[in-house]
Design a protein around this ligand. Structure first.
Ligand code: SF4
Length: 409
């Protein structure tokens, strides 16, 4: 079984590999094979954390045959689970997470291909990826001197319009692009984002699908589907706290910000955790870009990630739990405060509630104001003046008790 198929399970070749696998999907499900549990993990992490990488570390394709087989077969089973969840927003989030994970893997492959690192992992190059999505003839590299990798490419207008969206930002609008001979100029990173959109469309295709009642898969997966639904409905995220007080951030987030300020590139889980936290405390994409202006995080990447994380009512993804961050080496559980709260956002909320006076970073720096109703933001620094004569806070300053459906857009 080809490890590349497990690494990129939405490739056409991977479908054939699944079709030719020794056991059918109904049999695997009935036997509760390891691929079934990995599929559940895939969906759970997609919905809650925006990635489908295994919890215990990224899949590289250098694992044993059993793990490779399990990784490959978990993909079609995950698609069955997502279909059974019967939630359009869940499908969108799942497809986006598969695409985000695949892009991370592709970037790692390309770094290796550039000679920046030496690794024996099975990998693809950019031409393979373009070929897979029928883009080989639609993308040409800008000539470079010597053997350097091209920094820019020209993408035919048709595919460019098909796979990009003006909602990605003004810089993606055709009017703001160099255009020549029916092709649009993009940077290498932008080309990867176009590929990400192609991957997402491929994953999204055909979901949800009806299961053949005779196969018996749905009853065998019933408990896992119920657990996923329960997990989603039990999320008690109450909406952004909407105050930015860096001095009260939990140590994990402070460490990540300081690391980025030293111009060190954050890993994908680190960047995801930080963005989810900043969005979770109510920051808009513009505010996050301003907040991270002097760091290794680039504005385009921040916008892409924060807009993915954010929905109309705030954040769709609470930051990963302390336990998950500990597994990634992001949390060092300073002062054993994992006892205080299960995730960085809860910990921060506790600190804000306990603080005597909190000055919002955005107000200090004159940032934000009208996006997503932030004019309504209550300045914690003003709280003492807004107390009622009896010393109690006015009730409309309390965080909303509304618990949005985390699967809803
Ligand atoms: S215990 Fe939680 S909040 Fe504290 S540093 Fe670790 S991950 Fe952050």
């Amino acid at each position: 079984m080809d490890a590349l198929h497990a690494k990129y399970p939405f490739f056409e070749g991977a479908r054939d590999a699944v079709a030719n696998a020794s056991a059918s999907l109904p049999t695997l499900v009935a036997e509760d094979a390891p691929a079934v549990e990995r599929a559940r993990e895939r969906v759970e992490r997609a919905l809650l954390e925006g990635t489908v990488e295994p919890e215990d570390g990224a899949f590289t394709g250098t694992d044993g045959r059993v793990e490779i087989r399990s990784e490959l077969l978990s993909y079609p089973i995950a698609r069955i689970l997502v279909s059974l969840l019967d939630s359009e927003p869940a499908i969108e989030k799942y497809a986006a997470a598969e695409a985000a994970t695949a892009l991370d893997r592709l970037r790692t492959d390309l770094d290796a291909d550039d000679g920046l690192r030496s690794t024996p992992t099975p990998r693809i190059d950019l031409d393979d990826a373009l070929e897979e999505f029928g883009l080989a003839n639609d993308v040409r590299a800008e000539p470079t001197r010597g053997s350097r990798e091209p920094s820019h490419y020209w993408v035919a207008v048709g595919p460019y319009l098909r796979f990009t969206s003006p909602s990605w930002g003004a810089s993606w609008r055709l009017v703001n692009r160099a255009l020549a001979d029916g092709a649009v100029r993009v940077s290498r990173e932008e080309l990867l984002e176009v590929l990400g959109a192609a991957i997402e469309a491929r994953v999204r295709e055909g979901l949800p699908f009806e299961l053949d009642a005779d196969e018996g898969i749905a009853p065998d997966l019933e408990s896992r589907v119920a657990a996923l639904k329960r997990l989603l409905s039990e999320r008690t995220y109450t909406g952004p706290i909407d105050v930015v007080a860096p001095a009260l951030f939990p140590p994990c987030m402070t460490n990540l910000i300081e690391k980025a300020e030293r111009d060190v590139t954050l890993t994908a889980p680190e960047s995801f955790a930080l963005m989810a936290f900043l969005v979770g405390i109510g920051m808009t994409p513009d505010e996050v870009v301003a907040f991270c202006a002097d760091t290794s995080l680039d504005a385009e990447g921040i916008r892409y990630q924060t807009e993915y994380l954010r929905d109309d009512r705030g954040t769709q993804y609470p930051p990963p739990t302390c336990e998950t961050l500990a597994n990634y080496g992001i949390c060092h559980n300073e002062d054993d405060h994992m006892r205080v709260a299960p995730d960085p956002l809860s910990y921060y909320e506790t600190r804000v509630e306990e603080a005597d006076e909190v000055v919002d970073w955005r107000e200090e720096h004159g940032i934000g104001g009208d996006e997503s109703g932030s004019n309504d933001r209550a300045s914690r620094s003003e709280q003492p003046d807004e107390k009622q004569p009896n010393g109690e806070q006015p009730s409309d300053e309390q965080p909303s008790g509304e618990e949005p459906d985390p699967t809803a857009n």
